[in-house]
Structures are given as structure tokens and as C-alpha cells.
Design a protein around this ligand. Structure first.
Ligand code: LMR
Length: 329
């Protein structure tokens, strides 16, 4: 038997990454909370593979999905502190830090996909992204996800009176809270990855989300009804740690900017198809029944929700509210 000295083995191999000719790998840790088979899940992977290919492996995007690394309550701080370099939270989740971001949560504000695009890529998006600079964050782009629908146990939510005695899981946004209050429901702010469990134990009996999130997180198993209400749009803002961004080479910044732009174009188109495909699957699934709001019911919702606009205007400001009105014309 010949003994083997491990310490010697370790010392015998020396790496010097700084050595000329050896490329340093740049790692972008990208944390998000949704499943892989969602618009955001796939967009993140497409972005990572574009960056890998175009930097010939120099920049590596590591994706942590399903809130495995950070959840929606701590990912923002983790980004600011540089533990991760990139996140793409629902815009509602920024309203705690930047109240004007509530404009994107206003009910029935962006009734068509063109209206959403106009909001993200026009004056509203630009104003909101500029606000982030105060907090030393780099707002890169908006990513599309889908319209929110409501789900419930026992009874479908069709008329505003159906919301009495429902308790909803919501994302943290005062506009979303006042939306449900105006409809007659109570609410609790809960992280996305706790929604299923809280439905299962009946702490909540309703929630709003995109069809794709309802499908991929199996929320339909714990809910009896889904109403296609399209009462609000859920989208994301892609954020990077500012210092990390500034330390990247100009070439890498350019590759990342371009890859994000292409991914934004991709997700705008494919998020619609994905939600439609998941809706078809839910319609075939016996666990949940799908309902549509009639025009009359929608008018009743809108009447109830007028107060939400009045309450939010001093926070959001007249100029952004005017922009919402312009987009709707
Ligand atoms: C939610 O919390 O419901 C959403 O933000 C999840 C997501 O990121 O799509």
C-alpha cells in the first residue's frame, strides 16, 4: 500500500486566473420566484443562452427559479447588497419602495396588449425606470407576463357581491389592496411561493394571478373556480445591481442590453400564447371550472373600482393618471 498525500496534490496544481490569456468568468446570479414553464422562466433561460453564446462563455447567467435562492420578500435586498446580480419581480413588488409604481396596478387600466406595451415602453415606463436610479438600481426593461384572473373556492366570482366573505392573497401594493376592499373582500400579503399552501389550509380562499402561474403552481388543485376577468396586468421589471453593471466591460454591457431587448420582444409575443395554452389545459381539467365575465358584470366591477383611482391619484400623480387615460383613448 502506498499512501497518498492529498496536501501535496493540492499544492502541486496552481491556478492563476489573473494570468494573461486566461479569461475570467463573469457570473450573473439571476433569482426569480416562478416555475420554469412560465413566460418568465423561459425568458430567463433564453436570455442566459444568448449571453453565453455571444460572450463565448465569458458571461455566465445562473438562474435560480421557484424562489429556491431568495423569495419575493428578500430578493430586492439581496440584489441591492450584491448577493445576486439580477431579478425580475412583478412590478407590484416595487410599490413599497416606489409608490408611483402602483400606476401599473390600477384596475382595468390597460385593456389591450398594445396598451400594456404603450405603458411599458412609453412615458409611464420611462418615468418609473428613472425613479429607480435614486436607489442605485439599474432598471433594464419590462417583461410581459399576462392579465390577472381571479380564482375562488366554492362560488365563482362574477358579481361584485360575490367577493363578500372572500379572503385574498395579494402581492404588496396598496392599489391591489384597495381594489379588493372596494369589491368587498379582505386580503393578506403573502409571498408567491406560499400561495398554494395558504389555499390548502384555507387561510385564504381566493387569489389573483396569470393563467400561467395558476397552472404551473397547480393553484387550480386548491380552487374550484377561475373567472377570466382581465382586471389587471401582471408584468415584470428586470433589475440589475448598479455597481455590478458599471463594472462590466462595455462589450459585455452591449451584449446584455441586446440580449435583453430580444428577450423582451420574445416574451411580449410568447407570453400571450403560453397563457392561452395553459388556459386550454385548465378548461380540460376537472379540478377547476372556468367562467367569463359578461360585459354587464364587468361594468359593475368598474363602477365599484372607481374609488381606487380617486384614492391612488395623490400618490401616483396627475401626470401618470393622465397618461393612463391617454393610453385608453
Ligand atoms: C406573484 O407574486 O403572484 C407574481 O409576482 C409571481 C410572478 O413573479 O409572476
Amino acid at each position: 500500500f502506498i499512501g497518498f498525500d492529498w496536501s501535496e496534490a493540492k499544492d502541486s496544481v496552481e491556478y492563476d486566473d489573473e494570468q494573461e490569456g486566461i479569461q475570467q468568468e463573469v457570473v450573473i446570479k439571476f433569482s426569480h420566484v416562478v416555475a420554469e414553464n412560465t413566460p418568465k422562466g423561459i425568458a430567463a433561460r433564453r436570455f442566459a443562452s444568448l449571453v453565453k453564446e455571444r460572450t463565448e462563455g465569458e458571461v455566465k447567467v445562473e438562474i435560480y427559479s421557484n424562489a429556491t435562492l431568495y423569495n419575493d420578500q428578500n430578493e430586492y435586498t439581496a440584489l441591492k447588497e450584491g448577493h445576486i446580480q439580477m431579478i425580475a419581480p412583478a412590478t407590484s413588488k416595487l410599490t413599497d419602495y416606489f409608490p408611483k409604481w402602483q400606476v401599473l396596478d390600477l384596475p382595468f387600466a390597460f385593456p389591450t396588449y398594445d396598451a400594456v406595451k404603450d405603458a411599458y415602453e412609453g412615458k409611464i415606463g420611462q418615468t418609473l425606470l428613472e425613479e429607480l436610479e435614486e436607489d442605485h438600481l439599474k432598471g433594464m426593461t419590462f417583461w410581459y407576463s399576462g392579465y390577472k384572473q381571479v380564482t375562488s373556492s366554492e362560488e365563482p366570482l362574477l358579481n361584485p357581491s360575490d367577493f363578500n366573505r372572500t379572503h385574498f392573497r395579494i402581492m404588496p401594493s396598496p392599489v391591489i389592496q384597495s381594489q379588493f376592499k372596494a369589491l368587498g373582500a379582505s386580503t393578506s400579503e403573502l409571498p408567491f411561493n406560499k400561495t398554494y399552501k395558504n389555499l390548502a389550509v384555507d387561510f385564504i380562499n381566493g387569489q389573483e394571478n396569470t393563467v400561467s402561474n395558476i397552472y404551473s403552481k397547480k393553484l387550480y388543485e386548491e380552487q374550484d373556480h377561475m373567472t377570466i376577468s382581465k382586471h389587471g396586468y401582471l408584468g415584470y421589471v428586470v433589475l440589475m445591481n448598479e455597481q455590478f453593471w458599471e463594472e462590466l466591460s462595455e462589450e459585455n454591457q452591449e451584449v446584455i442590453r441586446k440580449a435583453l431587448q430580444e428577450t423582451t420582444d420574445w416574451i411580449r409575443r410568447h407570453s400571450i400564447e403560453m397563457n392561452d395554452a395553459h388556459l386550454r389545459r385548465l378548461k380540460r381539467n376537472e379540478a377547476i371550472e372556468v367562467h367569463y365575465l359578461s360585459n354587464k358584470q364587468k361594468e359593475l366591477w368598474k363602477q365599484k373600482l372607481e374609488t381606487v383611482y380617486n384614492k391612488a391619484e395623490p400618490v401616483i400623480g396627475k401626470s401618470l393618471i393622465n397618461e393612463v387615460e391617454r393610453i385608453q383613448e
